[in-house]
Each structure stands twice: as C-alpha cells, then as structure tokens.
Write a protein that binds this ligand. Structure first.
Ligand code: HEM
Length: 490
C-alpha cells in the first residue's frame, strides 16, 4: 500500500472513531460541536467556566451537554431542572463520577466523593448524627464557635491600627472549628505549619478545576508528564501526611468508650463492628477519607463566605450599620448573641443569605453522576453520565429575584421586613447529596459575623476605588485578597 493511501485510511479511521465517540446519542442533551480528542475543552475558559456555560445555555437551553475530552457531561441550569434532577430524581443522580482525579483523591471512599451505596449512606448518617451529638453534653458546637470568636476578636483588636488582610486569621478560626470537632485540636494564629497546610488546601481548590486537572482526567498518559497537575499530587501528599500524623497522635491518647470527638466516635464504631458479623463499611481507610473530607469541605467554603461578608459590608456601610443596630438591639447588655437569637434578626439573616447568593461560593456544586437513565426536560441522561449542577445559575436568574444583579437584602425580605424562604436559593445544593455541613456552616457564619460586627466597624481604606468583587474561580469562588481598616466599636 502506498504511503498516501495508508495516511488517508488512517485519517478516515480517526474521523470515524471521533465521530463514533463524540456524536451525541439519540435523545442526549444537545451542545456545542466537539473537537476530536479534546471535546469542548478548547471552547471553555477553565479559569472561570460560569460565563461559558451561560453562553452555551443561551444556544442549547437549560439542559445541555459538553465533552471533557471523550467524557460527556450534562450541565443543568435553572431552578426547574435543578430541582428535578437534584431533588425529585435525587437518588437517580446521587452518584459521583469516578474520574482519575477523584480516584486519586478519595478512592471513591468517605463522604464528598464517595460512590452512592451502602458505605456512603452509613458514613453520611453516622457523620450527621455525630455532628449533632456534639451539641449535647460535651462542649457544644455553639460554645466552640463562641470561644474561637473571642480569639478572633482579640487578634483583630491587635491589628486595629493597621491596614489589615483578614484572610489568614478568618481561615484559621473557621478551620479550628472543624478541627476541634473532628480531632479536638485548635491551632494558634501564629502556627506557620498550619498556615502552610491551609494555603495548600486553597491551592488545591483552585487546581482541581483547572485545565491541567481536566487534561489529567481525560488522558491517562498525562500522569507522567511534568505538567502543573503534578502540583495537585504534591499538595495532596503534604495535606495527607499532616492529617495522617494528627490521626496517629490522636489514637495514642484515646480511651475506648469515652469519645472526645469525631475520630474517637469512629474508632468506637470500629470496635463495635469488629464484634458484629455483618460485613462493615467502617474501616481505617474510610475514617481517614472522612477526616480529609470534613477538613477540606469545612474550611474554605465557610471562611470565604465570611470574607465576602466583610467585603460587601465595606461596599455598603449603610447595610453594615443596619445589621449592627439589629445586633445591639437583640443582644442588649449580654456579652454575646446566641444562635437562637437569629430568629429575631431577619435583617441580619437576609444580609448573610444575600452574601451567599451574590458570591455563589460553590458555583457548580460537586459533580454528580446518574445511577440509571434519567429523563430530564425531554432528554435522556444515560446511566453513568457526569452531571454538573450549575447552582450559581439560579442565584442571578432574572425571573426569580427582585434585584438579581445588585446586592440587596430585600431579596429575602417581604414588605413587613420578615425573612422569606426563596426556592431559588441553593448555596448548599439540594437533595440526598446536599451539603452535610449546612447547619454547622450557618451557625459559624452567623456567630462569627455578629461577633465581628459587635466589636468593629469595617472600612474600605481606598475611597477612590471600591473593592474588587471578581472572584478567584475554583471549586469555590473565593474573594481576592484584600486589606481593610478595623475601627473598634463600643
Ligand atoms: C458556606 C459554607 C458551605 C457551602 C456553601 C457548602 C456547599 C456545599 C455544596 C454545594 C456541596 C455539594 C452538594 C451536592 O453534591 O449536591 C457540599 C457538599 C458537602 N459539604 Fe458543604 N458547604 C459548606 C460548608 C461545609 C462544612 C462546614 C462542612 C463540614 C462539616 C461541609 C461538608 C460537606 C460534605 C461532607 C459534603 C458532601 C456531601 C455528600 O456528598 O453526601 N460543608 N457542600
């Protein structure tokens, strides 16, 4: 065979393979034409996917598909279809895709990235009840947060006369809550080792959605190339080693049957399971993955929310003042607010929810995967397809909000100034896989925020240029680092 004929045949074969792999099956949601091998990856800006997804949906509707390499994914936008897939068909969509990166991070175990099944169900139930039990008898979650707030306020007081970047102490304070629940430890704000670990967690949250992570997922051979995705594994190794040491230290001082924290409860459960003849899903590997999951999921999400709160309060000093008035009125001459007090504070609650709406902290949630064929909006999503829930899409939907494109707590208040429940508010997602830490996160945000506002007025230092609200996109949308002025308030 002549070389030219062989080349031509090769080309035809490649085109055929591409067409076979990337042409959308009948009934599959439509989407932008995909390129051979790369799919739609070159048509998207992975440093902020939201804009591209919005543009695609203008052409293909609220349910459409994209190809990440050879892997199809269905993007779901808008409250109607998101509720349908996450809640009404919540079990059918409750799996997690097991791509290369997810396998490397969690091995399908634990909580966040675990496959749907008995192990995930038992671990979710155990974790929820253990978190709840920490409100009884032992130091309650509320007490832990209040104690940490006093450290945070003291640290802020120490910096009242400077232009101050609050990122690290807020991150550290928030992380101390989950660390104290999971392994009974808090870290001082001058602990540089812990600061380094938190920085790696932030870097991880950014890199996990980067183009390099997508390339690694799409093409196995990339694993061995000296590309930026190697940083993901380097960081994970350090984070895992840090938490592994904490776990080993913890085991040494444990008294069986007298749990101090989540790890002790889990170890007690392991002891019980040893005597049980039923094949248990509780084991050392799952314990470690749950520990990593709670540490990572419970830190940046909540600390970014609080940083956004400060930025929005500096941008709107009138709203900041109204919150403070409500805080002082309800607190009276007590030295702190209780979480229960929020029920009498509709304005502050509306402000906190408005921050979560505008900032859309976890804009694309965590990817789901279909357990069986799902019918959605006239299309079929076949079993085993990746589903990307665009939670941010409902937060700026013009048909759902009084003020979709401005920061305005009235979005959550009626004419009488009462807090109203809005369906199109999904910061924690919805359905069986919704955020497991929602209650904890709400409590932390309320108590830390009100404590800070009780003691300080937050001022943006530069009158000429307002804060830059462009988020740093990743699994979470964190604000850019900023400096502020703290004016003590009596
Ligand atoms: C403002 C703070 C937070 C936000 C906005 C947030 C948001 C989310 C979202 C959108 C998901 C994905 C849900 C889905 O797949 O449909 C999620 C999952 C999860 N979150 Fe949060 N989260 C926050 C704080 C926390 C905290 C403090 C914890 C720690 C206890 C936590 C633990 C988890 C876990 C374990 C999952 C996985 C649940 C599962 O797959 O069953 N989150 N979160």
């Amino acid at each position: 065979m002549e070389l030219s004929t062989a080349l031509l045949l090769g080309l035809v074969l490649l085109v055929f393979l591409w067409w076979n792999k990337l042409s959308r099956p009948k009934g599959f949601p439509p989407g932008p034409p995909a390129l051979p091998v790369l799919g739609n990856m070159l048509q998207m800006d992975f440093t902020n996917l939201l804009k591209d997804l919005q543009e695609f949906s203008k052409v293909y509707g609220p349910v459409f598909s994209i190809y990440l390499g050879f892997t199809p994914a269905v993007v779901v936008r808008g409250i109607k279809d998101l509720k349908e897939v996450l809640v009404n068909k919540g079990i059918d969509s409750a799996d997690r895709p097991q791509n290369r990166l997810i396998k490397a991070i969690s091995g399908a175990r634990g909580l966040v990235l675990a496959t749907y099944g008995r192990a995930w169900k038992e671990h979710r139930r155990f974790t929820l009840s253990t978190l709840r039990n920490f409100g009884l008898g032992k130091k309650s979650m509320e007490e832990r947060i209040r104690e940490e707030s006093s450290y945070l306020i003291q640290e802020l007081k120490n910096n009242k006369d400077t232009l101050y970047d609050p990122h690290f102490v807020i991150d550290n304070a928030v992380s101390n809550i989950i660390c104290s629940i999971v392994f009974g430890k808090r870290y001082g704000y001058d602990d540089t080792t812990f600061r380094d670990i938190l920085n790696l967690v932030h870097e991880h949250m950014k890199m996990a959605t980067s183009i390099w992570a997508q390339l690694y997922n799409a093409f196995g051979f990339v694993k061995h190339l000296p590309l930026p995705h190697q940083k993901i594994f380097k960081n994970l190794k350090i984070i895992f080693a840090f938490l592994g040491n904490v776990l080993e230290e913890h085991k040494k001082n444990r008294v069986p049957g007298q749990p101090r924290d989540y790890i002790d409860c889990y170890l007690d459960e392991l002891d019980k399971e040893k005597e049980d003849s039923n094949q248990s899903t509780f084991d050392a590997e799952n314990l470690f993955t749950c520990m990593v999951d709670l540490f990572v999921a419970g830190t940046e999400t909540t600390s970014s929310s609080l940083e956004w709160c400060l930025l929005y309060m500096m941008l709107h000093p009138d709203i900041q003042e109204k919150c403070r008035e409500e805080i002082h009125r309800i607190r009276g001459d007590r030295d702190h607010l209780d979480y229960e007090d929020r029920m009498m504070m509709p304005y502050t609650q509306a402000v906190l929810q408005e921050v979560q709406r505008c900032a859309s902290i976890v804009p694309l949630g965590v990817t789901h995967s279909s357990i069986k064929d799902i019918q959605l909006n006239g299309y079929t999503i076949p079993k085993g397809t990746m589903i990307i829930p665009d939670l941010s899409s409902v937060h700026y939907d013009e048909s759902q909000w009084k003020y979709p494109h401005e920061f305005n707590p009235e979005n959550f208040l009626n004419k009488e100034g009462e807090l109203v429940k809005v369906d199109s508010f999904l910061p924690f997602s919805a359905g069986p896989r919704s955020c497991l830490g929602e209650n904890l996160a709400r409590m932390e945000i309320f108590l830390f925020f009100t404590a800070m506002l009780t003691h300080f007025e937050f001022q943006w230092p530069d009158q000429k240029s307002p804060p830059d609200l462009t988020p740093v996109f990743g699994i979470t949308q964190a604000p850019k680092r900023f400096k502020m002025r703290l004016v003590p308030h009596t």
